[in-house]
Ligand binder design. Structure first.
Ligand code: HEC
Length: 197
């Protein structure tokens, strides 16, 4: 009789459901802590905000077979070395600016957003900024007045979003910090700005 087979009994399947739900719940709690650890600034993959005081290079990692960001020698943004708190405040101001002006409406940040305009994850390292000496100022000027420039070969222009100079500088800090995040090689085949003298 089918009721006598243990694996066909209702109680076996009820217990199974309870154990599997409880087991998955524990795994999910563990994964949540693991993710928070990985994505917190100053953690394994996401550098501290004071990374903006340093040169960010993008170098090929033989073992992982893609380019990874490397935080190098001291090279403070706008020539001014910031404390961890000052850097955090500046990057946060930049992040709030990107949210307030809805950059994701056209761009992707770390792959999230729209595909109208280039991904901004590594835009700090974009060779179109010319040399590393003029890049910061070029970025600030571009963000404040993008409408009459064709920055790279895309053929689309970015509209003027009414970004003030302090907002533009903070956004550049946010973009510099973002370029230091280990994104497992995303975006692929990106050619970074030449940083060696
Ligand atoms: C309405 C769409 C739109 C919005 C909104 C927008 N952009 Fe753009 N952005 C563009 C387009 C189009 C380009 C490409 C322009 C070019 O190549 O000349 C661009 C280019 C850029 C570049 C140069 C990209 C590179 O890889 O060198 C940066 C940096 C940038 N935008 C930052 C921002 C930031 C920061 C915001 C939000 C404050 C923003 N954009 C909002 C359309 C937009």
């Amino acid at each position: 009789m089918s009721q006598d087979i243990w694996w066909a009994s209702e109680s076996f399947w009820r217990k199974n459901a309870i154990w599997i739900t409880a087991g998955s719940f524990i795994v999910l709690i563990f994964l949540t802590f693991d993710t928070v650890d990985q994505i917190t600034a100053g953690g394994k993959r996401v550098p501290a905000y004071s990374a903006i005081n340093h040169r960010i290079s993008y170098v090929f990692d033989e073992k992982r077979n893609f380019q990874v960001p490397v935080i190098g020698v001291e090279e403070p943004l706008f020539g001014k070395k910031l404390t961890e708190q000052e850097a955090a405040a500046l990057v946060s101001h930049g992040k709030l600016t990107t949210q307030a002006k809805n950059c994701m409406n056209c761009h992707t940040l770390l792959g999230n957003g729209a595909y109208y305009a280039p991904d901004l994850t590594k835009s700090w390292l974009d060779p179109s900024w010319g040399s590393k000496e003029v890049r910061e100022q070029q970025m600030v000027e571009f963000l404040m007045n993008p409408q009459d420039r064709l920055h790279n070969g895309l053929g689309r222009r970015m509209p003027n979003l009414g970004i003030t100079e302090p907002e533009a500088r903070a956004t550049v800090a946010f973009l510099k910090w973002m370029s230091s995040i280990d994104t497992n090689g995303f975006p692929a085949n990106f050619k970074p700005i030449d940083q060696e003298n």
